[in-house]
Design a protein around this ligand. Structure first.
Ligand SMILES: [Ca+2]
Ligand SMILES: [Ca+2]
Length: 408
């Protein structure tokens, strides 16, 4: 381990030398041309502002490569770093495991509630609580089987000292209404610096459910904000409004499976669109992100969504969108030492396009895009940053893998 640390610091030093004093190692491509050259699905739509889609391609000069750390994981879904450098990894059928940085895969952790693993359901995201060092609390989201169907729920429990089980499990949040379906459960979990827990959800996809993304009396298609103990912060935007659920932070989302909270408290979410409507949003309190009334892209069957409307008073524009889509999974903000030029960039797991998208942010805009790990050949489900700044990801496959992307 000591040798590995030494090797990592040598490569960082080399990297700094190669990039010059400012640590920038991510130059725009000489042309400034976007990476995406395929035709858009929604041929008639225009972005609301320059750079809202097809940002200029950027390229990291530092040579990098990925290594497979562990394999044989069944549809791994959520990835979270423990303070000791090991990883918590969920498998969608309902297993949560600890995997060491060297690739030792532990037996499933016992004590988790049953999940409904049909379709897109199952055990979903996992997060380490902000007070883990003191109470060993971990948090996870899942499709909860219920009388009459299922819905997304979030629970927490104490990871036992030996890591073999969770104790004192509490369900903190239950999305309503219950629905008998297998699509669009979301979800992703992140804490802000003040200890609030953000939960992203889907709208369950089916025609009768889709409009609920606009309904403040339903959790469907919402971003949720609660405290770490499940209680509702008094400064949530809809607290006290008749007919509105007080856990709601924002509305008008389709299916959000990635979230990252910046050090300044800005909440970024990434959501699946239909054909041509994957979105990055700066997810702000009380705002309406449009779905299904306003959207980029077209229905899967090719017809327009609400007559192709892409903007409307009272709805927020995405900070960025992809048409054609990448099918985004998890997301993180890069803050590591290995790639100093990436600090403050978003890294987005791309399922359909099988890479990690690196988005360069400037304020609330995306000004550059790079595709990392394009040789993986597997659906990338979640992404996180390791202690030394290497990027870790899991692939959503029957034989799913935990991989590490690092400077060579
Ligand atoms: Ca939207
Ligand atoms: Ca995640």
């Amino acid at each position: 381990m000591r040798l590995l640390t030494l090797a990592a610091s040598v490569s960082v030093a080399t990297l700094f030398a190669a990039c010059g004093a400012n640590g920038q190692n991510a130059a725009p491509l000489p042309s400034g041309a976007p990476l995406e050259t395929r035709p858009a699905n929604a041929a008639g739509q225009q972005p609301a502002f320059d750079g809202q889609t097809r940002a200029p391609g950027v390229r990291t000069e530092t040579p990098m490569a990925h290594t497979v750390v562990a394999s044989g994981l069944e549809h791994p879904w959520g990835l979270a770093l423990l303070p000791d450098g090991r990883w918590l990894v969920t498998e969608r059928p309902g297993r949560l495991r600890i995997i060491t940085a060297a690739g030792a895969v532990n037996e499933p952790i016992t004590g988790l509630p049953t999940v409904d693993a049909r379709g897109q359901g199952g055990l979903l995201d996992v997060a380490v609580g902000p007070t883990f060092a003191r109470d060993r609390l971990i948090y996870w989201s899942y499709a909860e089987p219920r009388e009459g169907g299922n819905a997304t729920a979030v629970a927490r429990g104490r990871l036992s000292d030996d890591g073999s089980r969770v104790e004192s499990v509490q369900v903190l949040f239950r999305a309503l209404p219950t629905y008998d379906g297998v699509l669009h459960f979301g979800s992703s979990l992140a804490f802000d610096g003040a200890g609030h827990l953000f939960i992203t959800l889907g709208e369950r996809s089916d025609a009768p459910m889709r409009p609920q993304a606009q309904d403040l009396g339903s959790h469907m298609g919402k971003t949720i904000r609660i405290r770490a103990d499940g209680s509702i912060p008094a400064d949530n935007p809809f607290v006290g409004r008749a007919g509105a659920l007080p856990e709601i932070w924002s509305l008008g989302h389709r299916n959000v499976q990635g979230i990252a909270v910046a050090p300044d408290g800005a909440v970024w979410t990434v959501e699946h669109g239909t054909r041509g409507g994957d979105e990055i949003n700066l997810d702000r309190s009380g705002l309406n992100y449009g779905w299904p009334e306003v959207a980029y892209g077209v229905e899967y069957r090719g017809s327009p969504i609400n007559q192709g409307l892409t903007a409307r008073e009272g709805t927020e524009q995405p900070a960025y969108y992809w048409d054609p889509v990448i099918a985004p999974g998890g997301m993180t903000l890069y803050d590591g030492a290995m790639f100093p030029g990436w600090r403050g960039n978003l890294l987005v797991a791309a399922l359909k396009e099988k890479h990690i998208a690196r988005l360069v942010l400037e304020g609330d805009r995306v000004v550059g895009e790079e595709r990392l790990m394009t040789d993986i050949g597997e659906r990338v489900r979640d992404v996180a940053v390791g202690p030394d700044g290497a990027v870790w990801a899991i692939t959503d496959e029957q034989n799913g893998k935990l991989v590490r992307l690092a400077a060579r």
